[in-house]
Design a protein around this ligand. Structure first.
Ligand code: PEP
Ligand code: MN
Length: 288
């Protein structure tokens, strides 16, 4: 079969018949769209916040600080796909309360929000409150969930499953576009390769997928170095490398007291580090 993209599993035929809506119409085709006043595909879009909406106090403090520093979106999970089922009080998902606190923080500090959804039954609640619905990596191929979210017409961030090819990922994105929902953001968050499975490096940030995606799709692509590296000292270099690779946005875990974060305390950066990283990323973005 004719394959203009050597070394990849995406063919010209795929662009025509498997994901025609996701595929670029021509070389310069890029999606640009506005979400709550933020221009995707034009500016470097920054998502910052804790892994989990641990409490009202925490999310208000983070909203206030990341907004002041320059984040465009406040992130935080109220429904969390935690790897192990055992929960101490500290790890308790805040669920409906968490969604409400996020939405109160949004109003109080004038910052739009993004949060993950895992179950269809919460779609009405989450769609009403959030500016962007996040489909987590574990649900990348949960087609009924994706389709139901797409039907709300809310912007959707589709995180790449750590075992998925670009082809599979774009196939999942097509499920959103085919519902008439055009506001789709891809998010690379690290892939699984055997030798990265150590306590300090669970995933490998696939920087190459950023230019690879841009060859075939018009959708904006965001990079999440926090989940990929799982290790605070590597977040800054990988964030900068992602921007250099062409990322349209960066998602960062930011926590006022990273060591005491309820979930994944090795990966968030603090306010001070976020403050110094932001202009560094913008400088690279403006120079590529
Ligand atoms: C998250 O962003 O909180 C998250 C759980 O990410 P991922 O789905 O990429 O693991
Ligand atoms: Mn996480």
């Amino acid at each position: 079969m004719d394959n203009k993209f050597p070394g990849k599993d995406i063919t010209i035929e795929d662009l025509k018949s498997k994901f025609p809506l996701v595929a670029k119409k021509n070389k310069n085709h890029r999606s640009t769209f506005n979400v709550s006043g933020v221009e995707f595909g034009k500016d470097l879009v920054i998502f910052a916040g804790p892994n989990m909406v641990e409490s009202k106090e925490l999310i208000f403090d983070v909203a206030k600080n990341v907004k002041k520093i320059g984040a465009h979106f406040l992130r935080g999970g109220a429904f969390k796909p935690l790897t192990f089922p055992y929960r101490s009080k500290k790890y308790r998902e805040t669920r409906e309360d968490g969604i409400r606190w996020l939405s109160e923080a949004k109003e109080k500090y004038n910052i739009p929000i993004i949060t993950e959804i895992m179950e269809e039954k919460y779609i009405p609640l989450v769609a009403e409150m959030t500016d962007i619905i996040q489909i987590g990596s574990r649900n990348m191929q949960n087609y009924p969930l994706i389709t139901a979210c797409a039907k709300t017409k809310k912007p959707i961030m589709l995180k790449r499953h750590y075992g998925a090819s670009l082809r599979d990922w774009l196939g999942a994105a097509e499920y959103i576009l085919v519902e008439g929902n055009k506001k789709v953001i891809l998010c690379e968050r690290g892939v699984s390769v055997p030798h990265t499975h150590r306590s300090t490096s669970r995933f490998l940030l696939d920087l190459q997928v950023i230019p690879a995606a841009k060859e075939v799709t018009h959708l904006p692509i965001v990079s999440d170095p926090s989940h990929a590296t799982f290790w605070r000292p590597w977040v800054r270099p990988m964030a900068l490398a992602s921007v250099a690779a062409g990322a349209d946005g960066i998602m960062l875990e930011v926590h006022p007291d990273p060591k005491n974060a309820a979930v994944d305390p090795l990966q968030p950066i603090n306010y001070k580090d976020f403050r110094s990283l932001l202009p560094e990323m913008i400088k690279i973005y403006n120079n590529i």
